[in-house]
Design a protein around this ligand. Structure first.
Ligand code: BMA
Length: 811
């Protein structure tokens, strides 16, 4: 088939999903083991599995592991395995006829809640409708005498000592040996003999670990890993063994009462944290092609942006082992939704419940030993609204609530007693009717964007923890060129329109661009301003919530990544190109950060310190004209307490600029560690809105050179400008790739160096030819105030019902 991501190919590619497919594999077999199991992971979804023409099993859940004893069906020598994947359409139709279930938010396709298949497969408001058919996990034969069936862990933390307990189930007798190796190589072992009487029941073995090296999330400390080896022995033969990287840490979710309602705050090793991060969606519409390298570059990008948490959204997958392993290594906490999103599910049907219970056991047991895993969460947006909604009967509503508030919670608590469970994202306390409250629990705040509230609206929403909020933007020009070669690009051009899946999304991008900057005069300007508006909006919200630390304890923006090239809320696009938001997140999520805002009369400032230790810091500030003439300056020595916010004395415009117009001034702030002199945070602040500032046309000069580094040739660009340059964009035309910084302000007289890893074989001369440096004033705006007003008026009128619904969505 033609690349389904190109142009409008999606439409034709869709049809292929209506066919059945047979996957065949022949293999040789010989062996004498007592047991041989065929194990299949990631069978998506309705499949008939046969071995040598003998039907073994039919599957109906893409999230389960299928294990089939096959010793009796195997031939010595040649064997044939067949997996027939049946197209889901007929099944969905039949199920929906038997029992129609209304769609709450209109995502996916009719009948989808009946099928345990990743819900985004049939299209979402950022994803194409290309339901895959296939096997995206491993398929293997496991031959054994006895095997380790299951391993989970619990930990008890005392001062300078951790008792680590391994809970193991084995399928045959033997000597069970558990060994832990610390990051410095110290080892701890324990063993126990398992008799035939204890086979298949749980055996607990404890290790006492002295002077433990704790695992911390990024920004709080090092994500130290121990190696854990569990082996089942019979005399000198190893019957089975499992090795895991594990971390010693405690994780809690504090939901206790407080003056604002109820707390919603994670604590790691007893220290409260402000969760900083974003929502993760599957990294491709065809998940089988996501490599560990791709996952690593994304998770590293999250860590580099000073994030400490990703929320794995419930409309996709329980991610691969690689994903959680990388999060363990990079110190990224994972908020894991169970795979239910935006729809009611037939949670009053016994076979469906039984299927789901097995899925839950498979996934909890698979992921339980990962230190990064911080939370099990029931679902995405099923408890957000006060059900019932049209098309959803009361009986089902009751069953859905019972499932997430009681049944699932009890099962998860039994399987994984030490990890918190939360009912849904968002939700309030058990059986709360207001699932999106500002007083308790987490919130999805969509008044800005879906409800078209101005960006300033975020500051009317003092959430306890915001697990979704977002603004859309276009991906990089290079990414747009990955799906279209159309000459005349515009928001209504068919390829561009097909790569926007949110109803009216492109118009909303334009609306927010107009609100903040003006109507971009061409498509490239639209792309640039859309990214700026998104980055600015997210910063505006995050800074407000961070300076209300203690009341608010987390900001995860929607969304981190993309599953194909598309206009969306992502900060990293499908090709891996960072949008402005990804660059800016590093600054607004910095562990010790300056927050500065203009008010009617001057500038307010705060310093927020998330670190679990005191920081002695120096703040230097100066206010200069666009040409660099100094208007005022000063320094302050600051003692920052651990996990604290310090409000500084406000500065009036008069103090800052004297007689000079605010339009002609920029405030430059720099915070450094008084002991190490390391820069902790920087900020350049215009004193009026961007569109009102007297921005000069800067003459940005640059030098380039190649430097060698571990990851190949790096191309270094040093920029300099005599006058202020606002939001400088550096890029290599037509190429993907990320500079070490981008979309930054360049102060008058400041020198700044950024670098990028060049594609293999590219020379400095070739890169020089492609180098483009532009800033805010190089991207034209139409400047037609009447047209902007008319556009806004019409959009407001057309979206009235949605605006009203959003107004009522969190109280
Ligand atoms: C949230 C998510 C997604 C959706 C996003 C943007 O509600 O949970 O379902 O893609 O909003 O509309």
């Amino acid at each position: 088939i033609e690349d389904p991501y190109w142009g409008t190919n999606e439409e034709q590619a869709k049809k292929i999903a209506e066919q059945d497919f047979i996957f065949r594999r022949s293999f040789e077999w010989e062996g004498t083991s007592s047991h041989v199991d065929l194990v299949l992971n990631g069978v998506d979804t309705l499949a008939d599995i046969s071995l040598n023409g003998q039907r073994l099993l039919s599957t109906d859940n893409a999230f389960r592991t299928w294990r089939i004893p096959v010793k009796d069906y195997l031939n010595e020598g040649e064997n044939l395995l067949e997996v027939k994947i049946n197209a889901p359409h007929a099944y969905l139709k039949r199920k929906q006829e038997e029992r129609p279930i209304g769609m709450m938010l209109g995502f996916g396709t009719a009948g989808l809640p009946h099928l345990r298949k990743p819900q985004y497969s049939f299209g979402w408001d950022w994803g194409p409708s290309l339901p895959p058919a296939g096997i995206d996990g491993d398929v293997y034969l496991e031959a054994y005498e006895a095997r380790i069936e299951n391993l989970t862990l619990s930990q008890e933390h005392k001062k300078d000592q951790v008792t680590l307990c391994a809970h193991v189930k084995v399928s045959g007798p033997g000597l069970l040996v558990v060994k832990a190796t610390s990051p410095e190589g110290r080892t701890y072992t324990a063993q126990t003999e398992i008799s035939a009487a204890h086979v298949f029941s749980q055996t607990d073995i404890s290790l006492s670990i002295t002077d433990p090296v704790l695992w911390w999330c990024s920004g709080m400390g090092e994500p130290a890993l121990y190696q854990l080896d569990v082996a089942l022995l019979k005399e000198d033969t190893v019957l089975d063994e499992i090795s895991r990287s594990i971390g010693l840490r405690t994780i809690e979710l504090d939901t206790g009462k407080d003056p604002y309602g109820h707390q919603f705050r994670f604590k790691i090793n007893g220290e409260p944290i402000f969760a900083k991060g974003a929502d993760w969606i599957p990294a491709d519409s065809f998940i089988g092609r996501v490599t560990r390298e791709k996952l690593e570059s994304l998770i590293k990008a999250a860590r580099d942006a000073n994030m400490n948490m990703l929320r794995v959204w419930g409309g996709g997958y329980y991610e691969s082992d690689d994903f959680y392993d990388l999060c363990d290594r990079y110190g990224i906490l994972v908020w894991q939704d169970f795979c239910f999103a935006c729809n009611p599910y037939p949670l009053d049907e016994a076979p469906f419940l039984e299927n789901v219970a097995k899925e839950v056991a498979d996934q909890v047991n698979r992921l339980q030993t990962h230190p990064s895993l911080a939370l099990w969460c029931g679902n995405n947006e099923i408890l957000m609204f006060d059900l019932p909604l049209p098309g959803i009967d009361r009986k089902l509503t009751k069953a859905v609530r019972q499932f997430f508030f009681v049944t699932l919670k009890e099962q998860v608590n039994a399987l994984d007693p030490e990890r918190p469970y939360w009912y849904g994202s968002p939700s309030g306390r058990a059986f709360s009717k207001n699932g999106n409250s500002l007083k308790e629990g987490d919130t999805h705040l969509w008044q800005v964007w879906h409800g078209l509230d101005p960006i300033e609206g975020y500051r009317k929403l003092p959430t306890r923890f915001c697990s979704e909020f977002g603004l859309e933007s276009f991906p990089s020009m290079a990414s747009i060129r990955d799906f279209t070669d159309a000459g005349d690009l515009s928001i209504s051009q068919p390829d561009i329109a097909n790569h926007q899946k949110s109803a009216g999304g492109n118009e909303k991008i334009l609306y927010y661009n107009i609100q903040r900057y003006g109507h971009p005069a061409d498509f490239e300007s639209m792309v640039y301003f859309s990214q700026l508006m998104q980055a600015d909006g997210m910063r505006y919200a995050v800074e407000y919530w961070r300076r209300n630390l203690g009341r608010c304890n987390g900001a995860l923006y929607w969304q981190f990544n993309d599953c194909w090239p598309v206009a969306s809320w992502a900060s990293v696009d499908y090709a891996g190109d960072y949008k402005a938001l990804q660059y800016h997140a590093r600054h607004f999520f910095a562990p010790t950060a300056i927050i500065a805002e203009t008010t009617k009369t001057g500038v307010d400032m705060w310093i927020v310190n998330d670190r679990p230790c005191k920081v002695q810091a120096d703040l230097r500030w100066k206010c200069v004209t666009m040409k660099g003439e100094k208007l005022s300056a000063g320094t302050r020595e600051l003692n920052l307490k651990k996990e604290s916010v310090l409000k500084l004395q406000s500065m009036s415009f008069e103090e800052l600029t004297g007689d000079v117009s605010q339009k002609d001034a920029v405030l430059i702030l720099e915070l450094s560690d008084a002991v190490s002199s390391q820069i902790l945070s920087t900020r350049q602040l215009l004193l009026v809105k961007d569109r009102d500032a007297a921005l000069p046309k800067p003459d940005i000069r640059c030098n380039t050179r190649m430097t060698a580094s571990d990851d190949g040739g790096r191309y270094e660009v040093t920029l300099f400008s005599d006058t202020f340059a606002h939001i400088v964009l550096v890029r290599l035309e037509g190429l993907h790739g990320n500079f070490s910084d981008n979309f930054f302000d360049l102060a008058p007289g400041q020198e700044k160096t950024v670098d990028i890893c060049l594609p293999e074989g590219m020379t400095k001369e070739e890169a020089d030819e492609k180098l483009q440096i532009r800033s805010f004033v190089d991207f034209p705006l139409k400047g037609d105030a009447e047209e902007e007003k008319a556009f806004t008026r019409k959009l407001m009128k057309d979206s009235l019902p949605m605006r009203v619904m959003m107004k009522l969505s969190s109280l």
